[in-house]
Design a protein around this ligand. Structure first.
Ligand SMILES: *[C@@H]1O[C@H](CO)[C@@H](O)[C@H](O)[C@H]1NC(C)=O
Ligand SMILES: *[C@@H]1O[C@H](CO)[C@@H](O)[C@H](O)[C@H]1NC(C)=O
Length: 348
C-alpha cells in the first residue's frame, strides 16, 4: 500500500523509530470527559482524535472498543481518545481566529491534520526499541500539564511539554516551554510527553496525574528507574500536534508591543499551560502485542488502515457554536492573558 511506503520512507529519512502513527481529526469542540465530565459545553475548545465513542462523559467502565464503530487512527484496533487544547491567533485588532492543524511528515491527507501519536519503549532515536514495557489497562486515563501554568517555574514541573518553531517542516531542534517568540515559517509543533511510571493499581486519580510519575532519577530517555511508589514502567505516550501558522505569519498583524500573537483556547498567551489528555482504548491485547515486538511505525504490524479509511471516521459536534470565525472572545469567554488567573469564568 502506498501510504505504508510513504511512512517508512519518512521514518528512514528522519531516523524516527517505534510505534508512530497519525490520527485524523475526530471532532473539534468544547467537550472534556476527563477534566469536565458531563459538562456540555466544557470550559474550552479541544481537538480530539481516536475512537468515535468519544463523549461528554466517559466512565472508567466504558467499553471503548465495544462502543466505537471506527477510529481516526492508523492502527484500527486503537479506539483510545487523545486530545489537546486548540491554538488561536490574536490579531492586532483584538479578534481571534482558530489556527488549523497540519498532518505530520509522511501522513499528508489526514483529515483536519489531526495529530501524530507515539508509544515508545525507549528514547525516540533508539531504533531498536527493545525494553519491556507494560501496556495500559481498560479504563486507564491520564492528563499532563497545568492549565494555570503561566511561568517557566510552573511549566518545569512537567519535564517534556514543548514547542518547536518549524523554520522548515522537518525542524526538530530548539524545543521551548514557552510559545516561540518569533515567526515560525512552517508552523509550530507542540510535543506532549506523558510520564512513564504507573502505580500499578489506579486507572485514574483525582488530578488525573498522581497515579503516574516520572522516573525517580534521570528521565525516561536515560532509562531512569521508576520510584517504588510507581514501579510499573509503561511506554511513553507522546503527541505531536502541528499548528499551521502560515496564514498568521505577517508581522503587520502581530501585536505592536513585540509580543507574539498565539494563545491557547483557554486564554494562556505564554504557552506554559500546554496540556494533554489520554483515555486508553486499544482492543484486547493489541497494544501489548505490539509493544512486545522490537519494531517501528508501520512495520509494527497489528491491524492498520489507510489514511482514506481513517478519514471516513468522524463525529458531529454536540456543542453547536462558532469556533472558526474571527471572534471577539475565545469560546467560553476567555481573553488572551499572561496572568495566572484567566479573565474568564474558569471552572476546573
Ligand atoms: C453520548 O452519550 C449520550 C448520552 O448518554 C448518548 O445518547 C450518545 O449516544 C453518546 N454518543 C456516542 C457517540 O457514544
Ligand atoms: C481583524 O484583523 C484580521 C486580520 O488582519 C482581519 O482579517 C479581520 O477582518 C479584522 N476584523 C475586524 C473586525 O477588523
Amino acid at each position: 500500500m502506498q501510504w505504508i511506503t510513504l511512512v517508512v520512507l519518512a521514518l528512514t529519512a528522519s531516523s524516527n523509530a517505534l510505534i508512530r502513527f497519525q490520527c485524523s481529526q475526530l471532532v473539534t469542540q468544547r467537550l472534556d470527559p476527563l477534566v469536565n465530565p458531563g459538562l456540555i459545553p466544557s470550559t474550552h475548545v479541544h481537538q480530539i482524535v481516536g475512537g468515535d465513542s468519544f463523549n461528554a462523559s466517559m466512565a472508567p467502565t466504558k467499553d471503548m472498543p465495544g462502543e466505537s464503530s471506527c477510529t481516526t487512527c492508523q492502527f484500527s484496533e486503537d479506539f483510545s481518545n487523545y486530545w489537546t487544547a486548540v491554538l488561536y491567533f490574536k490579531a492586532r485588532n483584538g479578534t481571534y481566529k482558530r489556527v488549523p492543524q497540519l498532518a505530520n511528515s509522511g501522513f499528508s491527507g489526514a483529515a483536519g491534520g489531526g495529530m501524530t501519536v507515539y508509544y515508545m519503549q525507549d528514547p525516540l532515536y533508539d531504533t531498536a526499541q527493545k525494553s519491556k514495557v507494560t501496556a495500559f489497562k481498560p479504563g486507564f486515563r491520564m492528563f499532563i500539564g497545568d492549565i494555570q501554568a503561566r511561568s517557566l517555574a510552573d511549566a518545569a514541573r512537567f519535564r517534556q511539554l514543548t514547542y518547536t518553531c518549524l523554520d522548515t517542516f522537518g525542524s526538530r531542534d530548539g524545543e521551548s516551554m514557552a510559545f516561540p517568540n518569533r515567526v515560525c515559517k512552517e508552523g509550530i509543533m507542540a510535543s506532549l510527553r506523558f510520564p512513564t511510571c504507573w502505580d500499578g493499581k489506579n486507572l485514574d486519580s483525582p488530578d488525573h496525574m498522581s497515579h503516574m510519575s516520572y522516573p525517580e532519577t534521570g528521565t525516561f530517555e536515560s532509562a531512569g528507574p521508576c520510584p517504588a511508589s510507581h514501579p510499573v514502567r509503561t511506554s511513553q505516550v507522546m503527541f505531536e500536534v502541528i499548528w499551521d501558522t502560515k496564514n498568521f505569519n505577517n508581522k503587520a498583524d502581530w501585536p505592536t508591543d513585540g509580543s507574539h500573537p498565539f494563545v491557547w483556547s483557554f486564554g494562556d498567551a505564554t504557552g506554559y499551560a500546554n496540556h494533554a489528555d489520554y483515555v486508553f482504548g486499544w482492543k484486547d491485547d493489541s497494544l501489548q502485542n505490539i509493544l512486545d515486538t522490537s519494531c517501528y511505525a508501520a512495520s509494527c504490524g497489528g491491524k492498520q488502515q489507510s489514511i482514506a479509511e481513517m478519514n471516513k471516521c468522524s463525529q458531529k459536534e454536540i456543542v453547536k457554536e462558532d469556533i472558526d470565525s474571527w471572534l471577539d472572545e475565545l469560546p467560553g469567554g476567555f481573553q488572551a492573558s499572561y496572568a495566572r488567573t484567566p479573565s474568564a469564568k474558569f471552572r476546573r
